[in-house]
Design a protein around this ligand. Structure first.
Ligand SMILES: Cc1cc2nc3c(=O)[nH]c(=O)nc-3n(C[C@H](O)[C@H](O)[C@H](O)COP(=O)(O)OP(=O)(O)OC[C@H]3O[C@@H](n4cnc5c(N)ncnc54)[C@H](O)[C@@H]3O)c2cc1C
Length: 370
């Protein structure tokens, strides 16, 4: 007999299960419809023994000591700072846009003037956004904002979401960063490391507790009728849980073209973005992330696509006020009809959580219970 049923063995479900079992002595059944643990962070080896991320590249970074300390109980780490280049005007330039990008795309005199103006306004080492630059009195800084918007952001966004930025929550456009420095790291978090033996290995350690029982290839819908649990945590999609009663919540999906080349390396950094050229958004090369060298290399070419419920994977909640309002209605419906079910996670909360945010959410969910 279990005290808890947890639906989903991703970051949210696995962490909740581990804390409930190890710190609260609860007996937990974790189910997942997939044939593996670790949710979208799942990694595995292909037939050549190359470790890759089945659901797209996952780079771990956080500013939360609590999350880093907690996960460090289940994995060793490998230092890794993510770097991204974007194909712009036939050149590979660093993004977020920084001083190197400016030097590569503007003539020497103009580049110097832009850098001087940025330093004078924000100070060397600062970060700004194209939204702030657009409000600057300096025409040159406003011009820089427009350049970044058109060449780095616009085409990528249209490919990523299937429509233009004006139809997305303004928080997406507002955050497009510009670095007042040569810092070419994609993230600036204090903790930037990858799990040394991969995510799945870390999850295996997390779930290896005598009070935790895991059943894979098990859908909630198939056991809901007979499920007699005092406590349930559901980490899947709210609309699916409620039988799409209020209509589907919009998601964006992806498809991956996975290629292995007979050469040790394909591109200079882990991720190359194609904001304007090509129909895919980015190519990610795995060995940069895993640190494992082979005589072959594996890349994932990423094509965003429409999400069709029941047919494709709901990868990204689409950030728009109307969708968030529909999610709130689903929350109210579920609370009224299923008061014994708790909801948390990227799908259940309809929020784009990074892994550390999903981890933090699971940790605070348990704290609130006790
Ligand atoms: C393409 C992509 C790239 C990403 N890259 C990064 C990155 O670089 N860095 C980063 O920090 N974050 C990244 N993320 C975000 C990261 O994947 C999430 O933060 C994390 O997976 C959230 O964990 P979760 O447990 O909430 O959800 P999930 O990992 O989605 O786990 C939910 C689990 O529930 C299961 N489930 C759902 N419904 C049911 C049901 N009805 N019955 C049984 N099981 C069910 C699913 O099969 C799934 O395994 C990325 C996400 C995507 C999509």
């Amino acid at each position: 007999m279990h005290d808890w049923l947890i639906v989903g063995a991703g970051f949210t479900g696995a962490i909740a299960a581990q804390i409930l079992a190890a710190e609260h002595g609860q007996r937990v059944l974790v189910i997942d419809q997939r044939d593996h643990i670790a949710g979208n962070a799942h990694d595995r080896r292909n037939e050549d023994g190359i470790l890759y991320h089945l659901y797209g590249p996952h780079i771990f970074h956080t500013n939360s000591h609590q999350v880093a300390d907690y996960l460090s109980r289940f994995t060793q780490w490998r230092p890794y700072e993510h770097r991204v280049l974007a194909m712009i005007k036939n050149r590979l330039v660093p993004v977020p846009f920084n001083f190197t990008s400016i030097e590569m795309l503007f003539d020497h005199r103009k580049a110097q003037m832009i850098k001087d103006a940025l330093i004078a306004r924000y100070g060397m080492g600062a970060n700004t956004t194209i939204m702030k630059l657009r409000d600057e009195p300096s025409e040159m800084l406003r011009e820089l904002a427009d350049f970044v918007y058109e060449n780095v952001f616009l085409g990528y966004t249209i490919k990523q979401w299937g429509f233009g930025p004006e139809q997305l929550s303004s928080s997406v456009t507002d955050r497009v960063p510009v670095r007042v420095s040569y810092d070419d790291r994609y993230f600036q978090d204090t903790f930037q490391n990858m799990p040394l033996h991969g995510y799945t290995h870390m999850f295996e350690n997390m779930l290896a507790h005598p009070n935790i029982h895991v059943e894979l290839q098990t859908r909630w819908q198939d056991m809901a009728k007979d499920a007699k649990f005092r406590n349930i945590l559901f980490t899947g999609a709210m609309d699916e849980f409620c039988g799409y009663e209020l209509g589907p919540l919009p998601y964006r999906s992806l498809s991956f073209d996975i290629q292995t080349y007979r050469q040790p390396a394909h591109q200079p950094v882990a991720q190359v973005n194609y904001p304007n050229a090509e129909s895919f958004t980015r190519i990610t090369e795995m060995f940069h992330l895993t640190g494992e060298r082979h005589d072959k290399t594996l890349v994932m070419i990423e094509y965003p696509q429409a999400h069709l419920p029941g047919q494709t994977i709901p990868y990204y909640p689409i950030p728009h006020a109307q969708n968030e309002a529909l999610h709130k209605q689903y929350e109210a419906l579920a609370a009224a009809r299923f008061p014994h079910v708790h909801f948390a996670g990227r799908l259940a909360d309809y929020r784009y959580y990074n892994m550390d945010q999903a981890a933090g959410r699971a940790m605070s969910f348990i704290r609130k219970l006790s």
